[in-house]
Design a binder for this molecule. Structure first.
Ligand SMILES: Cc1cc2nc3c(=O)[nH]c(=O)nc-3n(C[C@H](O)[C@H](O)[C@H](O)COP(=O)(O)O)c2cc1C
Length: 157
């Protein structure tokens, strides 16, 4: 299946997930970019505020066209209980043109089911698979099993 992986990362954890997805799915990869900075404590506060309030923010246009693909896999950190603001902006901007989708979240909390519910509601069609991995697991380089389970769900759909 022709696959595009779209992701956002602030501190690199989500990128480690995407590196495996890219290899396994042989997909094209694109990061959601924006003009403003999320560095430092101010960037942390801004990100938490925008995550919690489900803010819609400006992002740069993607280079790829999601409609050229059969599957778009989205990967994002969780911020204040929700997907990151750049990923929300991506979905809002492109949801009418998205093909089949799947979603992977990186997180600290044990339960991010509300973030998945919110994403499912925002997308026109339910994603084929949800995946998730804890930041500590990723930083210990023990996230391969979580990605494997996600890929198994995806390929059984
Ligand atoms: C501003 C902010 C808010 C966060 N809020 C949550 C949260 O509510 N629940 C959670 O599980 N993780 C939360 N996290 C943790 C991140 O989701 C987690 O560390 C993630 O792996 C970071 O991904 P990244 O390195 O790709 O940016 C938060 C992180 C930041 C920066």
């Amino acid at each position: 299946m022709k696959t595009l992986i779209v992701y956002f990362t602030r501190t690199g954890n989500t990128k480690k997930i995407v590196d495996i997805l890219q290899k396994e799915l042989e997909g094209d990869v694109e990061t959601v970019t924006e003009e403003s900075s999320r560095q430092g404590i101010l960037g942390w506060l801004k990100s938490g505020g925008q995550g919690g309030s489900k803010a819609d923010i400006p992002i740069n246009p993607l280079k790829a066209a999601p409609s050229d693909y059969e599957l778009v896999v989205m990967a994002s950190p969780v911020w204040a209980g929700n997907m990151s603001a750049p990923m929300r902006a991506f979905i809002k901007k492109y949801k009418e043109t998205l093909p089949k989708t799947a979603v992977f979240l990186t997180r600290d909390s044990p339960d991010v089911s509300e973030a998945f519910t919110d994403i499912d509601e925002l997308l026109s069609k339910k994603p084929l698979a949800h995946g998730e991995a804890n930041r500590r697991v990723i930083q210990a380089d023990e996230h391969h099993e979580a990605v494997k389970q996600f890929l198994e769900k995806l390929t059984h759909e």
